[in-house]
Design a binder for this molecule. Structure first.
Ligand SMILES: Nc1nc2c(ncn2[C@@H]2O[C@H](COP(=O)(O)OP(=O)(O)OP(=O)(O)O)[C@@H](O)[C@H]2O)c(=O)[nH]1
Length: 278
């Protein structure tokens, strides 16, 4: 079932798609996207679908329900029916769609670059401590002309993955502007994670790991380098987000706070030696 509209156009060639995009106004796109959202609401109870053709087993087809865990003083409840909206943002071409396809389908589609027009989503279930955490992951268009469309989606986002391309300085320099927009349009407590993508392209690297880390530290957000091509750290990024969101929804005043930075560091060390995300 198609639940939203996602259009791709070739950025390299004069295709029918490109001509279509040229004729479309932001208002046209907003109309299309809001009808997509209505469809999403109507189909919430049905099996979700993926914009990127994920396999049925990957999406949230499992039974929901309420999981119980106990602490010494309280019973903590995590509602596995909750859907956590997560958005991928960053300059055009940094690899947002590729990252989502890698996480969703475990593959990398190489070839000519097709810029995303507008926005689309994929539902994924991540298992955290034997509980199902549902992520609705939105892939946005990085091009400036669609910015006003994507801003509208920040408001009810619970997590934002902000990407730059380690081989393109401008995409790194623009991170501050992206963060300014995020702070303006998103909720105050949104989970933000900075990702330096295309880590496989070592020979073309212009932004060091340390530079990425320093910027992330300045803003107090977790950071890692990823490769949508090889899959390095892709699962970890989404798992860390899922774990943080689950903990936030369990949080009790006397519970120790989940520390996403520490979790990422411990998992990086584990995957270096033994593989697998816990
Ligand atoms: N080598 C390498 N190439 C990548 C990686 N991620 C993306 N690419 C390539 O970079 C180009 C842009 O990737 P996309 O995923 O379409 O970028 P995007 O951020 O979604 O772009 P917009 O839709 O315009 O916002 C494509 O040619 C991808 O194949 C990566 O991790 N490694």
């Amino acid at each position: 079932m198609v639940k939203f509209i996602r259009l791709c156009v070739s950025a390299a060639h004069e295709t029918a798609g490109e001509q279509l995009m040229e004729r479309m106004t932001v208002e046209d796109l907003q109309r299309i996207f809001s009808s997509g959202l209505e469809m999403q609401e109507q189909t919430e109870a049905a099996d979700p679908d993926s914009a990127y053709g994920s396999s049925p087993g990957d999406t949230d087809t499992e039974d929901g329900g309420h999981a119980l865990t106990s602490s010494s003083s309280t019973t903590l409840v995590y509602n596995q029916e909750l859907m956590h909206k997560t958005i991928l943002v960053g300059d055009s071409g940094v690899g947002k769609t590729s990252l989502l396809v890698q996480f969703d389908q475990g593959k990398f589609i190489s070839g000519s670059f097709s810029a995303t027009v507008g926005i689309g989503f994929t539902n994924k279930v991540v298992t955290v401590d034997n509980m199902k955490v549902k992520l609705q992951i939105w892939d946005t268009a990085g091009q400036e002309r669609f910015r006003s469309v994507t801003h509208a989606y920040y408001r009810d986002a619970q997590a934002l993955l902000l990407l730059y391309d380690i081989t393109r300085k401008s995409s790194f320099d623009n991170i501050r502007a992206w963060l300014t927009e995020i702070y303006e349009y998103a909720q105050k407590d949104v989970v933000i994670m900075l990702l330096g993508n295309k880590s496989d392209m070592a020979a073309e690297r212009v932004i060091t790991h340390e530079e990425g880390e320093k910027l992330a530290k300045e803003y107090g957000v977790p950071f890692m380098e990823t490769s949508a091509k090889t899959g390095v750290n892709v699962e970890l990024a989404f798992h860390a987000i899922a774990r943080e969101l689950k903990h936030r929804n369990l949080e009790q005043p006397h519970e120790p706070k989940f520390k996403i930075h520490d979790y990422i560091e411990s998992q990086k060390q584990k995957s270096n030696c033994c593989g697998g995300i816990m």
